[in-house]
Design a protein around this ligand. Structure first.
Ligand code: MBD
Ligand code: FE
Length: 251
């Protein structure tokens, strides 16, 4: 008989939860409180369920993925990707009045043997200096600032000017934030850059990178930071530079 993956995975989840309930002697009133808590997602904004799952489980999807990939490390996509952002070549649109610290994001898109992948498509997105993403805050209603799509040329190289992103609180007035608070945790994520790379014949590469000594690297509410994803700033003409090379796995 063909194996039923839904049964295999879901039943293991159910058994794991049962073990936790027995281990901690979960009471009937706690069980009812958990039901009532889950029901609060029904009247919350639609992003709350994906947010909660991203915060608690998505990094683990990437940890699992990396047990059989050889290329660079993947990481959580998060809720703020927009595929309809502007195509860019040298810089991302930034808000000058925010006086952001300039940041050059450069690197190369390659296969696992270090050969460039011309024709690849790279998306970059990150927060402004106040930790907000365009398309998700009042003063940047469209998907245009601090985001871009780059067509990777023959040599595989890209170089974009933007500003340094800052640490960010996830929306924390809904069930996800309420749960974090009840657990005694904060809703902060460390400063990070998001990337997606698509190329024919290669597995999609979704990742984030973090900065050395970034605040909240150790207590990220999404527990997504991994040592291989922490990058050091380099400097060029007094500007901060992050060099991010991508090694993509073939399909
Ligand atoms: C983010 O910006 C993010 O990257 C993740 C993973 C979750 C919430 C907000
Ligand atoms: Fe993010």
């Amino acid at each position: 008989m063909k194996e039923n993956r839904v049964d295999i995975v879901v039943y293991d989840i159910i058994k794991a939860v049962r073990e936790v309930m027995l281990k901690h002697d979960v009471t009937h009133s706690e069980y009812l409180a958990a039901q009532a808590f889950l029901a609060t997602f029904l009247s919350a904004p639609a992003y709350e369920i994906p947010l909660a799952l991203d915060i608690f489980f998505d990094a683990t999807v990437h940890d699992a993925e990396m047990t059989h990939r050889k290329g660079s490390m993947t990481n959580t996509q998060g809720p703020y990707f927009k595929g309809d952002c502007p195509t860019v070549t040298t810089e991302l649109k930034v808000l000058p009045e925010k006086n952001g610290d300039p940041l050059i994001i450069e690197g190369r898109v390659m296969d696992v043997d270090g050969r460039p992948i011309p024709g690849a498509e790279l998306f970059v997105w990150h927060s402004d200096p106040d930790g907000n993403y365009s398309g998700f805050c009042d003063y940047m209603p469209k998907n245009d600032y601090y985001r871009g799509r780059v067509h990777i040329p023959e040599d595989g190289n890209f170089r974009l000017l933007s500003t340094v992103p800052y640490a960010y609180t996830i929306p924390h007035n809904g069930p996800t934030g309420i749960l974090l608070k009840a657990m005694g945790r904060h809703p902060w994520r460390p400063a990070h850059l998001h990337f997606i790379v698509n190329a024919d014949g290669f597995m999609q590469h979704v990742t984030q990178i973090y900065f050395r000594e970034g605040e909240y690297n150790d207590t990220d509410c999404a527990e997504s930071v991994r040592a291989d994803l922490i990058y050091d700033f380099e400097f060029s003409d007094g500007k901060k530079v992050i060099r991010k090379d991508f090694y993509l796995d073939r399909i």
